[in-house]
Write a protein that binds this ligand. Structure first.
Ligand SMILES: C[S@@+](CC[C@H](N)C(=O)[O-])C[C@H]1O[C@@H](n2cnc3c(N)ncnc32)[C@H](O)[C@@H]1O
Length: 291
């Protein structure tokens, strides 16, 4: 279990715990205890966290440690299909540092094909697969539609916008994915009959305070984008045009599409199980089928 390293009090007198350099409220920690009962943080620095889960030990960039720490329960709900993946090969698009590969190996898959466009992260995945002797391979390049021809049974895609490329495909494999743009979502639904399991709004998260300055700038720009978009919908005439121009300028920022939109908009968890949908199991997730 990952134990607290300190306790602090907010300005309004509310106590909170420091767990793996992140602030969480006591009731959130209780929930985390159930999720992380067999997790050990063997070391942590500003560069890497080393995390052991069961028999696997992985090296993770801090941001990716926080992703696995906070999103594991969501992955159990939305990144696993209602049928068994035991012995399967998974295509993991947006593999990060290999945290989702770890998730799938723990859930019994035989092989993972990791696709991660950031070279430094792809190197970390290679280190992790060597250290754990995983049956995996790494593509350190952006997702391309030709990758759908690789041999796999199931695809997980969370690549902050690159899911739009799926619209070029004629067929969609059995998959789960995060969709980051409403228009892309509708287009995927129309073309392939994708089903939405959940919709959530992403917002500023104080756990990112420790990360590099560049990260801060990205989140700040993302925040501006969300605000400007709200104003655009609230105003009319020349002011509306003004906000539209600002939105276009923000969108032109080279990193915008891959980072800001993903973290500052709505995100839809969607799936496509052409002939294997177990409606009973997925009913819970799709009850409200929110768009
Ligand atoms: C939110 S993280 C994924 C974290 C975790 N592995 C998961 O699936 O929840 C998204 C990852 O997708 C990667 N990514 C972004 N665009 C991509 C692309 N075009 N092809 C492959 N990976 C991409 C990013 O570098 C980032 O590591």
């Amino acid at each position: 279990m990952i134990l607290p390293t300190g306790i602090r009090v907010t300005r309004t007198g509310k106590p909170f715990l420091l767990v793996a350099n992140t602030a969480i409220l006591p009731h959130q920690f209780l929930k985390k205890m159930f999720v992380t009962w067999n997790w050990t943080l063997t070391s942590s620095s500003s560069k890497y966290y080393n995390l052991r889960i069961g028999r696997y030990t992985v090296k993770l960039h801090p941001e990716y440690f926080h992703i696995i720490f906070h999103e594991w329960p969501e992955w159990k709900m939305y990144h696993l299909p209602p049928f068994s993946l035991k012995g399967a090969t998974v295509l993991d698009i947006g593999a990060g540092c290999g945290e989702t590969a770890l998730f799938y190996f723990i859930h019994g898959v035989k092989r993972v094909i990791c696709v991660e466009q950031v070279p430094e992260l792809a190197t970390i995945i290679s280190d992790n697969l060597r250290a754990n002797k995983w049956n995996a391979e790494v593509y350190g390049s952006p997702f391309g539609i030709e990758m759908l021809n690789l041999s796999f049974d199931f695809m997980k895609m969370d690549c902050e916008g690159c899911e739009a490329r799926l619209l070029e495909a004629d067929l969609l494999p059995t998959c789960v994915m995060e969709v980051h743009d409403r228009h892309v979502l509708y287009a995927l639904i129309n073309k392939f009959g994708l089903t939405v399991a959940n919709a959530k709004t992403t917002e500023w998260n104080p756990r990112y305070h420790n990360f590099e300055r560049r990260q801060h700038r990205m989140y700040y720009l993302g925040l501006r984008f969300a605000r400007v978009r709200e104003k655009l919908h609230q105003t009319k005439g020349l002011r509306r045009l003004y906000y539209a121009v600002i939105l276009v300028i923000l969108e032109l920022h080279p990193n915008f599409a891959t980072a800001y939109r993903a973290r500052w908009g709505r995100v839809w968890e969607a799936y496509y199980f052409p002939d294997r949908t177990n409606r009973k199991v997925y009913a819970r997730a799709t009850r409200s089928n929110k768009l």
